[in-house]
Design a protein around this ligand. Structure first.
Ligand code: FES
Length: 170
């Protein structure tokens, strides 16, 4: 078996980076094409990655699992400094920036968990419970989509509240 080429301890081949992060080589190339990591080039024009890129790609992986879009992830990573490994303070700043997004996602997941077995205000009116929660598809007044999962509450459409809501609209 061939011995892998010797590298400086802080530089990784794309295969080593793939093995360590669990991403495929093609996924790493994709993230590189989006600017999420930047490879150096060896004398033989092969990609070489900094060890700090393990953390960048791991952040991408986790953030995607948490439901952040690639655009949100790109925006967060764009705040990291160029030309040096990010410090603990840099990562802390990113963590604080995405905290509000994550907390909103958590609230949505909690609402989904609590509501998915009942009426979700989607307008189908097909479940027996919809007659209780969304008679006449009143949730449609708030717009398209599963209104109760999106944050509207059945109580928002009780007659006095609904009247208040309508009065406050321009
Ligand atoms: S589940 Fe669709 S309107 Fe209630």
């Amino acid at each position: 078996m061939a011995t892998p080429a010797l590298l400086t301890p802080n530089l990784l081949t794309i295969g080593q980076l793939a093995a360590r992060t669990g991403l495929s080589v093609s996924a790493i190339r994709f993230h590189e094409s989006r600017g999420l990591v930047r490879a150096l080039r060896s004398a033989g024009n092969q990609r070489r990655f900094a060890r700090a890129d393990i953390r960048r790609l791991s952040f991408v992986l986790i953030a995607q699992r948490l439901g952040l879009t690639l655009t949100e992830i790109e925006r967060a990573l764009a705040t990291l400094p160029e030309g040096r490994a990010p410090t603990r303070r840099d990562w802390l700043a990113i963590s604080q920036r995405i905290r509000a997004t994550l907390e909103e996602r958590i609230r949505t997941l909690e609402r989904t968990r609590d509501l998915l077995d009942g009426c979700i205000g989607c307008g189908c009116l097909s479940l027996g419970s919809c007659a209780l929660y969304n008679p006449g598809d009143r949730a449609a007044r708030a717009g398209a989509g599963p209104r109760f999962l999106l944050g509207d509450r059945p109580a928002d459409f009780d007659a006095p509240t609904a009247r208040r809501k309508r009065r406050s609209q321009p």
